[in-house]
Design a protein around this ligand. Sequence first.
Ligand SMILES: C[S@@+](CC[C@H](N)C(=O)[O-])C[C@H]1O[C@@H](n2cnc3c(N)ncnc32)[C@H](O)[C@@H]1O
Length: 750
Amino acid sequence: MGRGRKRGGRGGGGRGKPKPDEYRTDLIEKSDMKNERFFAYYKAQKIIPDEEWEDFLDALRTPLPTTFRVAGSRQIAKSLNETIKNVHVPLLSNVTFEDQKLPPPIQLPWYPDGLAWQFNIPKKVLRKSPEFKKFHSFLVFETEVGNISRQEAVSMLPPLFLEVEPHHTVMDMCAAPGSKTAQLLEALHAQDTLTSTSIPSGLLVANDSDYKRTHLLIHQSARLPSPAFMVTNLDASNYPSIKLSAASSTNRKEQLLFDRILCDVPCSGDGTLRKNIGIWKHWQPNDGNGLHGLQLRILQRAMKMLKSNGRIVYSTCSINPVENEAVIAAALESNPEYHLVDVSSNLPELKRRPGMSSWRPTADKSISSTYQTYEAFVAADPQAATSTKLTPGHWPPPNAHELKLERCIRIYPHLQDSGGFFVAVLERKLIEVPQIRERKRTIENVESSELETKKPRLESEPETSDTIVDPMPGVDVKSVTQEGGGGGTSSGNGSFKEMPYTFLSPRDPALLSCISRLRLTSEFPSSNVLVRNPEGDVVRSMYLTNDLIKQIILANDFTKIRLTAAGTKVFTKQEGGKGVEAQYRILGEGLPVVLPYTDPTSIVNGNMSVLKHLVMSHYPLCTSFEESFRPILNNLDLGCHIFRFPTEELDGASLAHDLLVPIWKSGVSISLMVDKKAKNALSLRVFGIEVPPSIRDKKASADGGEVAPAGDFVDLNEKMESEAGAEGEAMILEDVEVNSEIEQIVVQAL
Ligand SMILES: C[S@@+](CC[C@H](N)C(=O)[O-])C[C@H]1O[C@@H](n2cnc3c(N)ncnc32)[C@H](O)[C@@H]1O
């Protein structure tokens, strides 16, 4: 997408003849989908052969089909994909609406393991056809819990070309709203099983310069909780060095370098015309011209942060060579240790066109002329040359053919009914440069590349060799915060108001109580648990990180790297309700992370009818469960437990794999501690029905309030536009709270 400007277009709609208002919020007739500047500019670039021009325009004027990806960890995705293939598609294969046969969803042929789908059904049909309505509900609820991601087909490409593995250190430079971040996280977690999350040795840093948008990244990550994930809020073109712990002999801090970097840079977004139809009205070549400098600086900064033999994927949703090949060419010119990778045999079913080696920029809004060389441009209009942002780097370099720019990938809308897109895969040759010299060069190069200066938001980091306070695991020291390393506070960094990250002592009483409550084994990495306050008080939530993230937090001033999130939340404080003391409970999102360390004898085994009762009722009384299960419930201590429901089929309902859920036992009832939307998704998946509204929902509805709307099946970029004004915190899903007030309502109602 582009720079987050307001756009009215919405995806969906069919290829037939749906009325425009079925998928458009800002009406525009096909005949108005034109822009002479756009036509003149792209004809001059010769981006496609003349004989394809009309097909290209036709595709641009047709709404995009809906595409989605089955997300989540690999095994869960495969299991859900089977459900779509074997249950939903057959049900949708013979559906007619107003005497027209509707096509069922189809798999995108190029996406690995058939995990991406496309369908072309107008919104009206989704609302009115019972079969498609049910499918739509399924998509909405599975999206809410992160098992499905509505995402433009072409936007799924960059993470596939990055080829991330669990041991990789990965950076997503411009990550929000995070659809590609989610794909990268899934690749990092390739070793997760159906029920438990692995702790990768690598990490993913998701960065965005827009603070509000970083909260979308945090929201996204709650869908695939990872101790190996962190979010930063920095200008990617000036990203500071992240330090690792001091090397013991010299006490000098090494720089974190990356195996994989994604540069999905801000762009003019003209490849998204089918969705963002406002671009028809406003498009002009200076959109791309003005972004070239920032795009190049972001890519060049990434090139300095990559390990030898590492890989960078640069992508835009623009078809403008000034934002694409020109950036790649200029970056290769200044970084000769890099080359473009030939990925022509990857994703063989993907229809693509080679990158361009010649193009003709212009600064002229009405495109009366384009110029073959920078010199020709300056000669034609010396004044314009000084007043525009055009540089020689906007043009192809004289050695363009040597750079193998044809290895870049161009996707046009008419090739496979998608958006327009650009991808380039770059690798750094193995070089034997000592890392410490590399770091010095890094800083120098970044500074010298700041020709079109954008005032850096951060002060440059002092080159200190501060001592790191790193407690030995198992040694009972006072809580250690990353402030031990940098001594920074948020006040030192302008508007950055995040709370610090403080690691708990493994003997912290609150942590020990969680460990004993859940009977966690001694392998649980209890020295990697942190809280978000300077004193190390366990006020509300505890987070788990992997070793590498811990190392980074301890070695860096979190305000300098503007660390917005790190690790994943595992335990949270739960007020107990009547007669029950407050205690820490495991969160739904933390359970798969903690499960491998849980003593199996502490897990309570349930069955399908118990599950159904828990899902369909709100805070059911212990006495309302089947008789054989009541003694088990009676024997449980008050508070938090883990229940396991094994694979089973009962009365047409089926669990495809073991299900593990957090449960809370209060004085009189037990409840499933999962978010309302997750509960609905579970119910639809297992029992084929939605959860009936709770008493609280009914009461809210009677009072004229809003009751958990199912919402639309929207993609993150669209969601961004509508939620941009909302406070990030409000978007983070929280588990349901059980409190005495709700308990009372339940008891009264029963
Ligand atoms: C094309 S969008 C990224 C889409 C994202 N990769 C995804 O797949 O969901 C570009 C992002 O870059 C961010 N951005 C713009 N300028 C930036 C900069 N200088 N540094 C870092 N991020 C920047 C914008 O806030 C926007 O979220």
